[in-house]
Design a binder for this molecule. Structure first.
Ligand code: RIB
Ligand code: CA
Length: 320
């Protein structure tokens, strides 16, 4: 029987604690082959995000794709790290650090372009979990090469809900609004925006699910413990232990599209003005702009399917 070919993906990350959970999920999905990771500053510095990515690969105990450092600063905007959400090290300040792995030689943006240049049209999907700086730089260097990518699934924007870093903006887009504008205005045909609203409501991990994931094995324990700071923040915000896992939701939408409940094609634009709505992704729901849609917005997942996928890829895994 011929082995079903694994779909090739490249993951771009600013590896904080929810990225780590999403990366661990992807490393445990046999239908996909992660060619490599590219890393950007975002939740934490680029170099800390590289270390966090390496740690996650070690904790997953599956295969070990190369990790390439990318942008250490945004296109224009000063970096504002998310220490209050993920901890100073981005992984719950529990001392997680890579024991053995080192980053690969080469800049992530050039490695992304090299892989896409050598690929067939649509052969490689790109999944981004942080600010879009690396993708924007690749588009500025070789736009036609980037257009060879298959799906480009982005955890970004507040969807149809409110922001999580300002009233209007979601963190990944707000951290580098100019990069997000470059991506959304590049004429890419297969952009899928998974908004922060997709991981809320019945897709939040509740106290019982968090406990079950933590008890499911070493990888589940790591994925929960790395999100310790976010859990404490949510305890203050919502008065209960719960986890809004934005990157795992985007990863599930990318790797297990059957869990997508609501999505639609819209013209989306990013506010890069200097006012209070900087970084907002404006979704032209009713076509006021008269412009052709430039993205598919995924705003809701089937909670049962999403969580089944999350447990299937993370749970019951003792480190090999
Ligand atoms: O808004 C949530 C996003 O911002 C996630 O990707 C999280 O890791 C942070 O990067
Ligand atoms: Ca992230």
């Amino acid at each position: 029987m011929t082995e079903k070919r694994r779909k090739k993906i490249i993951i771009d990350t600013d590896c904080g604690s929810d990225d780590a959970m999403a990366i661990a999920m992807a490393l445990n999905d046999p239908a996909y082959e992660i060619l490599f990771f590219t890393v950007t500053a975002g939740n934490v510095t680029r170099d800390q995000a590289v270390r966090n990515t390496l740690t996650t690969i070690e904790k997953a105990g599956t295969y070990e794709p190369p990790v390439y450092a990318g942008a250490d600063r945004m296109i224009l905007k000063e970096l504002a790290f998310a220490y209050e959400t993920h901890g100073m090290d981005g992984m719950g300040d529990l001392g997680f650090t890579p024991e053995r792995l080192l980053p690969a030689e080469g800049h992530g943006v050039w490695k992304l372009l090299e892989a896409l240049r050598a690929s067939e049209e649509g052969e490689i999907d790109i999944i981004t979990l942080g600010p879009l700086t690396n993708l924007a730089l690749a588009l500025r260097l070789e736009p036609e090469t980037v257009k060879k990518a298959g799906r480009i699934v982005i955890m970004g924007g507040a969807g149809f809900g409110g922001g999580n870093v300002t009233a209007a903006a979601e963190f990944n887009i707000w951290q580098d609004g100019e990069a997000a504008r470059i991506v959304l205005e590049a004429g890419l045909k297969n952009v899928i925006l998974v908004g922060w609203d997709a991981c809320l409501g019945d897709c939040m991990l509740n106290e019982e699910e968090i406990g079950r994931l933590r008890e499911s094995g070493s990888l589940g324990r790591f994925a929960v413990d790395a999100n310790r700071v976010l859990m404490e923040l949510n305890r203050q915000r919502f008065g209960q232990d719960c986890l809004d896992m934005a990157d795992p939701a985007a990863m599930a939408a990318a790797l297990y599209p059957d869990c997508i409940r609501e999505q639609g094609r819209y013209y989306c634009q990013v506010d890069t003005s200097c006012g209070p709505s900087y970084g907002a992704v404006l979704i032209d729901r009713y076509g006021f702009s008269g412009k052709e849609p430039n993205a598919t917005v995924c705003s809701r997942l089937w909670a049962d399917r999403y969580k089944e996928y999350l447990f299937r890829t993370l749970g019951g895994r003792e480190k090999r």
